[in-house]
Write a protein that binds this ligand. Structure first.
Ligand code: NAD
Ligand code: DAU
Length: 368
C-alpha cells in the first residue's frame, strides 16, 4: 500500500490522476495539496470527496514547513508533483508566477522531502519523488526532424518551458547529490475532461458552443502531439512503479496534428452532433450548427504567439521498452469522449468561464 502526496491535484491532469489512482489502487492514501490558483478547481475532485482514502490540503508547495508536516503526519512515501503554472501564453504575459511556482515551488518540495525522508530518516530507502514535466523543455522541432527522445538536449524557449526545465534539473540534482529516489516524466499535450478552457481544445469546444471566434495563432501549421489524459496518468503510474531512480521517461501519443486540422476536426464533430441531436440547438442557440451553418466559419487567424514553438513530438519508445507504456485511447475515441464530457458538464465550464467558481474560492478559501 502506498501513501501519495499529489501536488496540483485540483488541476486538469492532477485531478484526472487522482481519479485514476483511487480507481486502480483503492487501498492507497491520496493527499492532494493545491494552492487553488485560477486553474485549481475543487469541483474536479468532487467525485472522490467522500472517499476515506482521500484528503485535501489547501496550501502552496512553497510552504516548506507545511509540506514537511504533511510528509511526517501522513507518512507519505510517494510524491507526485503536478503543481505548476502551466499556460504558455500567461508565461509570456507574466513570467514571475512561473518562476515562483515551478522553480521555487519544486525546490521547496524537494527540500521538504529531503528533510523528512533523508535527514530525519523517516524513509531513506523506500520513497519516490516523481516530477511531472513536459516535452516543451526540448524546444522546437522542424517538420522532418526525429521526435524528442530522452537524449535530446534541453532547449526551452518560453518562460514556462524554461521554468519547467529548471525544475527538472533540480530534481535530477537532488538524486545525484543527496541520493533522493526521483523519476521525471516528460509528456506531450494532454486533452480530456477538466481541461481548463484557456487551452486550445477546450477553448475551441466552448467557443463553438457560444458562437465565438476560434482564434488560430499564426498560420495554424504548428504541430502538437496529443495524448488522452488518462493515458498520461497510466504512464506516470508505470514510471512510479517500474521506473529506475534518477531516470527520465518520455510519455506521448504518437499522434501529431497541426492546430488548424485539429480545430477543423472538432468543428466537424460538433456539427455532426448538432445534426443528430435537436436538443443541442435548443441548449446552444448561438452555435453556428444550430442555424445549419458550419462551425468552421468561426475560425479566425490571429497574431502569432511570441516565440511560438513550431513542432513538438515525443518518441516514447524507451518508456515502451522499459515500462511497457503505450497509449491505449485512440484519438478518435478520446476526442469523442472529450466532447461528451464538455456537453455533459456545462455547469463546470460555465462556472469556470463566468468567474463564479473563482468568486466562490475567494470567499471560501482565500478570505482569511
Ligand atoms: P493546471 O494549470 O490545470 O493545474 C495546475 C494545478 O497546480 C492547479 O490546480 C493549481 O492550483 C496548482 N498550483 C499551481 N501553483 C501551485 C503551488 N505553488 N502550490 C500548489 N499548487 C499549485 O495544469 P495541468 O495542465 O494539469 O498540468 C499539470 C502538470 O503537468 C504541470 O506541471 C505541467 O507542466 C505538466 N504538463 C502538462 C501538460 C498539458 O498538456 N497540460 C503536458 C505535459 C506536462
Ligand atoms: O506540450 C506540452 C504542453 O502542452 C504543456 O507543457 C503545457 O502545460 C500545455 O499548456 C500545452 O502547451 P501548448 O502551448 O502546446 O498548449 P495550448 O493549448 O496553449 O496551445 C496548443 C497549440 O495551439 C499551440 O501551438 C498554440 C495554439 N493555440 C492555442 C490557443 C490557446 C492557438 O492557435 N489558439 C489559441 O487560442
Amino acid at each position: 500500500m502506498s501513501r501519495l502526496l499529489v501536488t496540483g491535484g485540483a488541476g486538469f491532469i492532477g485531478s484526472n490522476f487522482v481519479h485514476y489512482w483511487l480507481d486502480q489502487y483503492p487501498d492507497d492514501l491520496v493527499v492532494v495539496v493545491d494552492a487553488l490558483t485560477y486553474a485549481g478547481n475543487l469541483e474536479n475532485l468532487a467525485q472522490v470527496q467522500s472517499n476515506p482514502n482521500y484528503r485535501f490540503e489547501h496550501c502552496d508547495i512553497n510552504e516548506t514547513e507545511k509540506m514537511q508536516t504533511l510528509l511526517r503526519d501522513e507518512a507519505i512515501d510517494v510524491i507526485v508533483n503536478f503543481a505548476a503554472e502551466s499556460h504558455v501564453d500567461r508565461s509570456i504575459e507574466g513570467p514571475d508566477a512561473f518562476i515562483t511556482a515551478n522553480i521555487l515551488g519544486t525546490h521547496s518540495l524537494l527540500k521538504a522531502a529531503r528533510q523528512v525522508w533523508l535527514i530525519e530518516g523517516a524513509n531513506p530507502d523506500n520513497h519516490r519523488f516523481h516530477h511531472v514535466s513536459t516535452d516543451e523543455v526540448y524546444g522546437s522541432l522542424e517538420s522532418e526532424e526525429p521526435a524528442f527522445s530522452e537524449q535530446t538536449a534541453y532547449a526551452p524557449n518560453s518562460p514556462y518551458s524554461a521554468s519547467k526545465a529548471a525544475s527538472d534539473f533540480l530534481v535530477r540534482a537532488y538524486h545525484h547529490t543527496y541520493g533522493m529516489d526521483v523519476t521525471t516524466s516528460n509528456c506531450s499535450n494532454n486533452y480530456g475532461p477538466y481541461h481548463f478552457p484557456e487551452k486550445l481544445i477546450p477553448l475551441v469546444i466552448t467557443n463553438i458552443l457560444h458562437g465565438k471566434a476560434l482564434p488560430i495563432y499564426g498560420d495554424g501549421k504548428n504541430i502538437r502531439d496529443w495524448l488522452y489524459v488518462e493515458d498520461h496518468a497510466r504512464g506516470i503510474d508505470l514510471t512510479i512503479k517500474k521506473g529506475r531512480a534518477g531516470e527520465t521517461y518520455n510519455i506521448g501519443g504518437w499522434n501529431e496534428w497541426t492546430n488548424i486540422d485539429i480545430v477543423k476536426l472538432v468543428c466537424q464533430l460538433m456539427d455532426k452532433r448538432f445534426a443528430s441531436d435537436e436538443l443541442l440547438s435548443k441548449r446552444f442557440p448561438e452555435c453556428p450548427a444550430a442555424a445549419g451553418l458550419q462551425s468552421e466559419t468561426l475560425i479566425e487567424f490571429v497574431r502569432d504567439r511570441a516565440g511560438h514553438d513550431f513542432r513538438y513530438a515525443i518518441d516514447a519508445s524507451y518508456s515502451n521498452r522499459e515500462l511497457g507504456y503505450e497509449p491505449k485511447v485512440t484519438f478518435e475515441e478520446g476526442i469523442e469522449k472529450t466532447l461528451d464530457w464538455y456537453l455533459s458538464n456545462e455547469s463546470w465550464w460555465r462556472a469556470v468561464m463566468d468567474g463564479s467558481y473563482q468568486a466562490w474560492i475567494e470567499t471560501n478559501y482565500k478570505a482569511a
